[in-house]
Design a protein around this ligand. Structure first.
Ligand SMILES: Cc1ncc(COP(=O)(O)O)c(C=O)c1O
Length: 477
C-alpha cells in the first residue's frame, strides 16, 4: 500500500504503536498528515494546501526541482565516502568559502546540525586545551549528549547544569534585564559574559568556547543588539576561548541583508567556528563546520583521523551546490529582505491595532511576534499564543511558537515565501486576534483543559462564561 493512501487515523495508530512518544507531533490533538510539498506549500492526504511558515529546512522551497535533480543525477553516478578524491566536495568547500570571511577557510562536512556542533565543541576544546563552555540562556544546540549539556532549553528539564557550563542571559532587549531604553545594551549583556567568565576563572575553570546562535531562535526570535558579539568575543578571547556561531537556523541568506546572520554584527566580528545545518541541504542531511587554519591545525596535531561515513559524500555535496545555485539564480536573499520588510510592516500594523501584540522583531524571513497579557509587565500570553497557533492551523497556515514563555509566534518560512503569502497570513492573523479579543472581552479567559487527552496533550478551551461558545485548540509540540 502506498504510504499516502493509508487513512490518517491508521497512520497515527501505527505511529503510536511503533514510535516513541518522545518523538512528538505538531498539533497532537489533530495531527496533520503531510504527503507532498512544493515551494512554500505543504499538502495533506486530502490535497488540502497549507502555507508553511515553520520550515526553515526546505530553504529554497520544498522539493525544489533543481535540488531534486542534482541529487538524482549524482545518485545515478556515484555515492561513496570522502576518502576518495572527488570534485564535488572541493567545489562545495570552495563555494562556501566564497560566502565567508577569509579566516574561515577550512571545512568539515557532516550530516546534521548536532554533529556539526559536537565537532565544534571538540575543535574548541582541542585548540584551547580548556573544557568549559559559555552558552546563552534558553539555547538549543542539538540532541547529542554533549549538546544537551550546553542547551539550557533541554538540560533544565533533565539532570541540570554541568559544572563546566556557564549560562549567560539572553541578549533580549524586549524582555531581558537590559531593554530598549538602556543606553548600551550590547555592552551591558556582554559584561554579563565577562563577569561569568571571571567568576568561572576564580573557581579555577577555563573557558574553551562561547556558543551562541547568531540570532537565538528557540529563545524567542531574538535580535541581539549590534556590537554584542564583538564585545563578547573580546572577553572570550581574553580568557583563551573560541567563539562558535551556530548558523544552523539562520544562515544562507535568511536574514536578508547578509548571507550569514553573524555579519549583522559588523565586519569586525568574525567567529572562530561557524556551524551550518538545516537549510544547507534543503532537507537532505548535510551539515558543515567552517573554521580557521589555526584551529584545524590543532585538531590535526592530535594525529587522530576525522572520519564521517556519510559526511561530504558526492550526493550531499551536489545537493549543497544546487542549494547555493538556486539561492543565487532566484536571488532569494534579496527576496527574503524585501518580503521580510513587507511582513514586518504588516505585523507592526497588527501591533498598533492589537494590544496583545507586544513586540514585532526580526530581519529578512526570521521574524518573531511576541504576544503579551499586559504592556506594563510584558507577561507572556502563553495560552493565547497556543490558541492562535491552533486557529492558524485550522485556516491552513502552519506556524509554531517558542521563547521561554512559549508566546512568540515564529515566522521562518521557506525563502520563496511571497508578498501575497505575507498579506494573506497577516490578514488571517488579524481576524483571529480580533475574534480572540472579542471573546476575551465577553468571556473570562482561556484555560487549559486536561481530561481525556493523552499526557502532555491538553486542549485549550474558552471558559464557559455567558454567551461563550467552546472553541477547542491544541498545544503544538
Ligand atoms: C540552533 C540549532 N542548532 C542545532 C540544532 C541541531 O540540528 P539537528 O536537529 O540537525 O541535529 C538545531 C535543531 O533544531 C538548532 O535549531
Amino acid at each position: 500500500m502506498a504510504a499516502d493512501s493509508r487513512a490518517k487515523a491508521a497512520t497515527l495508530a501505527l505511529r503510536q504503536r511503533l514510535l516513541s512518544s518522545s518523538c512528538r507531533l505538531f498539533f497532537p490533538e489533530d495531527p496533520v498528515k503531510i504527503v507532498r510539498g512544493r515551494g512554500q506549500y505543504l499538502y495533506d492526504e486530502r490535497g488540502v494546501e497549507y502555507i508553511d511558515c515553520i520550515n526553515n529546512v526546505a530553504h529554497v522551497g520544498h522539493c525544489h526541482p533543481l535540488v531534486v535533480q542534482a541529487a538524482h543525477e549524482q545518485n545515478q553516478v556515484l555515492n561513496t565516502n570522502s576518502r576518495y578524491l572527488h570534485d564535488n566536495i572541493v567545489d562545495y568547500a570552495q563555494r562556501l568559502s566564497e560566502t565567508l570571511p577569509e579566516p574561515l577557510s577550512v571545512f568539515y562536512f557532516l550530516n546534521s546540525g548536532s554533529e556539526a556542533n559536537d565537532l565544534a565543541l571538540r575543535l574548541a576544546r582541542c585548540y584551547t586545551g580548556h573544557q568549559d563552555v559559555v552558552v546563552l540562556d534558553h539555547a538549543y544546540h542539538g540532541h547529542l549528549s554533549s549538546l544537551i549539556d550546553i542547551s539550557p532549553y533541554k538540560f533544565r528539564d533533565l539532570d541540570g547544569q554541568k559544572e563546566w557550563v556557564h549560562v549567560a542571559p539572553l541578549p533580549d532587549t524586549y524582555r531581558g534585564p537590559y531593554q530598549e531604553d538602556h543606553p548600551n545594551p550590547a555592552e551591558a549583556y556582554a559584561n554579563e559574559v565577562k563577569h561569568l567568565v571571571s567568576s568561572a576563572q576564580e573557581k579555577g575553570r577555563k573557558i574553551a568556547a562561547f556558543f551562541a546562535e547568531s540570532l537565538p531562535s528557540v529563545g524567542g526570535q531574538i535580535i541581539p543588539p549590534a556590537g554584542y558579539f564583538s564585545r563578547v568575543a573580546e572577553h572570550i578571547h581574553r580568557a583563551g576561548g573560541l567563539v562558535v556561531a551556530d548558523e544552523i537556523q539562520v544562515g544562507f541568506g535568511r536574514v536578508g541583508k547578509h548571507f550569514w546572520a553573524f555579519q549583522m554584527q559588523g565586519e569586525d566580528f568574525v567567529p572562530d567556528i561557524v556551524t551550518m545545518g538545516k537549510s544547507i541541504g534543503n532537507g537532505h542531511p548535510v551539515a558543515c563546520v567552517a573554521t580557521t587554519q589555526a584551529v584545524s591545525r590543532a585538531f590535526e596535531a592530535t594525529g587522530v583521523e576525522y572520519f564521517n561515513t556519510f559526511g561530504g559524500n558526492p550526493v550531499s555535496c551536489a545537493v549543497g551546490l544546487a542549494v547555493l545555485d538556486v539561492l543565487e539564480k532566484e536571488q532569494l536573499q534579496a527576496h527574503a529582505a524585501s518580503v521580510g520588510n513587507f511582513l514586518m510592516e504588516l505585523l507592526s500594523q497588527q501591533k498598533a491595532k492589537h494590544p496583545i501584540v507586544g513586540d514585532v522583531r526580526g530581519t529578512g524571513l526570521f521574524i518573531g511576534v511576541d504576544l503579551i497579557k499586559d504592556e506594563a509587565m510584558r507577561t507572556p500570553a502563553t495560552q493565547e499564543t497556543e490558541y492562535v497557533v491552533s486557529r492558524l492551523k485550522d485556516k491552513h497556515i502552519l506556524l509554531s511558537a517558542d521563547g521561554p514563555g512559549r508566546n512568540v509566534l515564529k515566522f521562518k518560512p521557506p525563502m520563496c515565501f511571497s508578498l501575497d503569502n505575507a498579506q494573506y497570513v497577516v490578514a488571517v492573523l488579524d481576524d483571529i486576534l480580533t475574534d480572540m479579543e472579542e471573546k476575551l472581552r465577553s468571556c473570562e479567559t482561556l484555560r487549559i483543559h486536561p481530561g481525556k487527552h493523552p499526557p502532555n496533550k491538553q486542549a485549550l478551551l474558552w471558559s464557559t462564561g455567558p454567551g461563550c461558545r467552546v472553541a477547542a485548540g491544541s498545544r503544538p509540540s
